[in-house]
Structures are given as C-alpha cells and as structure tokens.
Design a protein around this ligand. Sequence first.
Ligand SMILES: Nc1nc(=O)c2c([nH]1)NC[C@@H]1CN(c3ccc(C(=O)N[C@@H](CCC(=O)O)C(=O)O)cc3)C=[N+]21
Length: 295
Amino acid sequence: MTATIIDGKAFAATIRARVAEEVARVKAAGVTPGLAVVLVGEDPASAVYVRNKGRQTLEAGMHSEEHRLDATASEAEVLDIVARLNADPAIHGILVQLPLPDHIDAGLVIDAIDPDKDVDGFHISNVGRLATGQKALVPCTPLGCLMMLRDHLGDLSGREAVVIGRSNIVGKPMAQLLLRDSATVTIAHSRTADLPAVVRRADIVVAAVGRPKMVTGDWIKPGATVIDVGINRVPNGEKNRLVGDCDFESCAAVAGAITPVPGGVGPMTIACLLANTVTACCRAHGLPEPEGLTA
Ligand SMILES: Nc1nc(=O)c2c([nH]1)NC[C@@H]1CN(c3ccc(C(=O)N[C@@H](CCC(=O)O)C(=O)O)cc3)C=[N+]21
C-alpha cells in the first residue's frame, strides 16, 4: 500500500477544538450557539450519527436540543416544530434528519426552515447562494471533503476533479465547491458512459454513490487523491460492517492519498455541522465570523 491515509477522525477533532474556541468567544459576547435536531421516526442507519452529534455539540460548549416525533407524525406537526424553531432566538441551527417518512414532503419541510438557520445548507436559497458565489450555509459533508482536500493538496486550482454521484446533498454541492476553488469539475453518475475511463482522468476523486466498493484501484490515476463519502452497512457475521464506495485495498495501492471508512468523511460531517452552527450564530448577532471554518 502506497497511499497516505487521510485521517478524518483526527482532522475533525482539530476542527471541533477550533469550534470550541469560537464558541467561547461568542459566549463571551453574551450568546450561546444553539443547534436543534428534528427526528421523525427511527432510522437505524442514522442512530450513530444522531448520538455523536448531540454529544459533540455539548462538548463544544453549545446548546443542543432534540425534537423526536413518532413515525406517524403529520407533515403539519413537523412544519409546526420548524416554525417554532425558526422563531426561537436560542436556536441558530436547525437540522431535520433525512430521510423523512414517505407521507411527508421533505422539500416542503426543508424550504420551511429559515435559510439563515439552515445548517445543512439544503434550503433552496442556500443552494442558489452557493451556486452564484454568495455567502451561504454550505452542506456539511461536501464542506468536510473540501477541508480535507485543501489540507492535503493546498491550492485546488486547475486540478481535474471527478465527483461520482449527483445528489443534492453531496454530489452537486461538492461540484460547486470544487468549481469555486477553480478545479476542473466533472459530475459522473449511473448513466455516465465508461465511468472507469472518466474517473481515471481525475487528480481528485469524490465517490458519493452509495454502492459498496464500487470504485476499484484500476479506475484510479496513480497518485490521485480519493475522498470516499460512502457509508454502506454490509453484513459481517452477526453484525454489520461499514464500507465505503471505494474498494479501499485496491484504491490505496494506486492513490496518493485516500480517506478511510469509517474515520474519514463521517466525522468531518459532524464537525462541519458544529462549525456551521457557530457561523450561523455569528451572522445572526453581527459578530465576526470564525476563520477557517467556512468554505
Ligand atoms: N439532514 C441530514 N443531514 C445529514 O448530514 C444527515 C442526515 N440528515 N441523515 C443521515 C445522514 C448520515 N450522516 C452521517 C454523518 C456522520 C457519520 C459518521 O460520523 N460516521 C462515522 C462512524 C459511523 C459508525 O461507526 O457507524 C465514520 O464514518 O467514521 C455517519 C453518518 C449524516 N446525515
């Protein structure tokens, strides 16, 4: 194995330490950043995420609250909670955990969140602000990926980046961020002709498709930087095991650097959620924004 392992877990800990410093600064100015998470029903895949998020929010010195609703809750009930959180001055960040049950229109709920409290960056106005280069709240997973890429590679300008996956949550905002850093960006997806050949051009590969071990070493240009966003649960004896969208062993034999799963992108996502909450708090109160924690 030749690739450098990009330790997202360790990097995320440094980001959280920076967030804690910023929280202390903001508190000294008389405000405590607050994050509210809304959960509808039980999604086992999200359980670890929710637990870690709540703990790390408190560890950073912020206010944290969880609003749990039954899986049978109506759309109106969810919209009502969002409206109350929008109006609550103690709350600077609102995250509605996805996926929502089928009977609730997720687009409607997301667009009901005050865009200035939308720490997921999923609201249509944050999507538009990012795409047009205005000040936005940026989705946490792509933001975490960008931080790791900048940390590892420095300047991204002129680099060939291939994003595999076109979701609104990862693929599209990732492409926007890479473009803003002047990379040459290709978005590949399930209909891309000769996907391996497209990926082989890339200096930067971001895999966000949700298919275990889909990307193999023969797709990777020697020395490329590989960011594996996939968090796939696959059966492993009695228990489940987490694997990424990349086949780690074969990719690591060719890549210059690669993120592991677990311990790569996942912890950075949570760190960026905390960072976005502090950023949103500073903007709401006209305080200087944290440096190095935004895109
Ligand atoms: N509105 C919304 N925003 C989200 O950002 C969002 C969401 N809904 N729904 C669920 C997914 C999932 N997600 C994860 C984040 C971090 C880890 C994470 O920290 N994973 C660790 C360990 C996980 C483990 O051990 O199971 C790792 O990869 O190392 C996992 C999953 C955010 N999501």
